[in-house]
Every structure is written in C-alpha cells, then in structure tokens.
Design a protein around this ligand. Structure first.
Ligand code: DGL
Length: 239
C-alpha cells in the first residue's frame, strides 16, 4: 500500500539539508523534493514574485498527493508560508526559520552574525525575530551568495574568497546563523575562517523535529517498517 508522501521544496539544492534531517527523523516516510531552479534565486525577487513561486511549488506538491509541505527555504517561509497555509489548510505545513532563537539562548557575552538573503532581511517576520535579541544579532544581507552556492556546488572551495569577504567585518563574532538553506553548504568555510571556537546554527534540525511532532499530533505518520522512497523534481523540467 502507498502512503501519502511529504513534499519538500526550495529554490535549488539548499533544501536538501532539510530533507536529509527529515529522512533521519522519519525513516518510514516517502518524500517528494522540488528544486524550483526555474525561479532561483528567490532572495533577489520581489515579495509578489516569491509568493507566486512558492504557491506554484506548493500546488505541485499538493497535486502529488502530499500530506505535508516543508518549505525548506528561509526566504519563502518568511514571505509566503501564511499564503500556503491559507490555500492548503488541510495540509501540515512546516517552514524554515533562521535559528535566531536557539542562537540567542546560547549566546555568551558576544554577538552573532545572521547571514540571510536580502528578501529575508526585508521581511517583517525576520525583523521581529531579531528584535527580541537586544541588538546582539548583526544582520548581514547577501545579494548573490545563494546563487553562487548553486553555481559552484561541485567545487565550494571557489567560494572561499567571497565567504571570507562576507565574514571579515565580523572578526570577533561568537556565532554565525546560516539563515538561508543554501548557506549550510558553507559551514566548512565559516569554520575555516573563525576556527573551531565558532558556533554555527541553521534551522534544518528544528524543521525536521517540528514536522515529526505535527505528523504525530495529527496521527499521520507512516506505519513503522514502510519502505519510504524519495522522488526528486526540478521546475526546469516543467513546460
Ligand atoms: N535557499 C533559500 C533560503 O533559504 C534562498 C535561496 C535563493 O535566494 O533562492 O533563503
């Protein structure tokens, strides 16, 4: 018997880290992953454009019969998750938020740098999230970094200079919040810049835990021992 899958989308490879966490937390489930490469980069688009792209991605996953949608993208979550929830109230919807809260809880006397897309930095939700941290989170909006990660995913070493340039104004940061799912691929370079002392946060684990919790609450988890499968789609292949 086939069980309803869980849909996961991002503008590209960024959400694969979230998918990996979800697979670890929910090994019996099947997943449909959509890389919305046709609309990448979300972070440089207007709110209306991001909303349209995110709703189209949700439509695709709903048509695939998904019982839940994971918005594995901070930008799309900040801008469009409420619209997705309004359109699909019966689906479990989980978003990805920059891990500002957990970072602030564990922050010592120093400050954190939050790397986010420009669209995330502009959003009211994100501004509210940061405002509770008493100025201890410095926001560094990035114009082109997600696109560079997508472009150089096979050789991230090429991004050493751009990443070091981004971090140079914050030499004594205590923590770094990777507030775009694409930036999670830059963990190694961030650690190389700061050394082992740096604490790095992203929201992938939290999103997987939330999905697990909501599925259990709604009694919608696949039975134990199912052989889950993962299907991968790119919007570049759509007409
Ligand atoms: N991966 C997305 C995020 O988490 C944004 C990447 C893009 O700009 O398309 O914010």
């Amino acid at each position: 018997m086939q069980f309803e899958p869980i849909g996961v989308f991002d503008s590209g490879i960024g959400g694969l880290g979230v998918l990996t966490q979800c697979l670890g937390a929910l090994p019996d489930e099947s997943f449909v992953y959509l890389a919305d490469e046709k609309n990448m980069p979300y972070g440089q688009k207007s709110e209306a454009e991001i909303r349209n792209a995110a709703l189209a991605a949700a439509d695709f996953l709903a048509k695939k019969g998904c019982k839940a949608i994971v918005v594995a993208c901070n930008t799309a979550t900040e801008v469009a998750i409420d619209d997705i929830r309004r359109k699909y109230p019966a689906l479990i919807t989980v978003g990805l938020e920059p891990a500002v809260r957990p970072c602030c809880r564990e922050l010592g006397r120093g400050y954190a740098v939050a790397l986010v897309t420009e669209a995330t930095a502009r959003s009211e939700k994100f501004k509210n999230l940061v405002s509770v941290c008493d100025g201890r989170v410095k926001v560094a909006p990035q114009n082109d970094l997600a696109r560079l990660v997508e472009m150089h995913k096979a050789d991230l070493e090429l991004l050493r200079k751009p990443v070091f340039d981004v971090l140079r104004p914050y030499p004594d940061a205590e923590s770094v919040i990777l507030g775009c799912s694409h930036y999670t691929y830059l963990r190694g370079l961030v650690r190389e810049f700061y050394g082992e002392r740096i604490k790095i946060y992203d929201g992938a684990e939290g999103a997987a835990a939330r999905l697990n919790y909501l599925l259990a609450l709604a009694d919608k988890k696949a039975p134990k021992g199912q052989k889950g499968k993962v299907e991968y789609f790119s919007s570049l292949n759509f007409a």
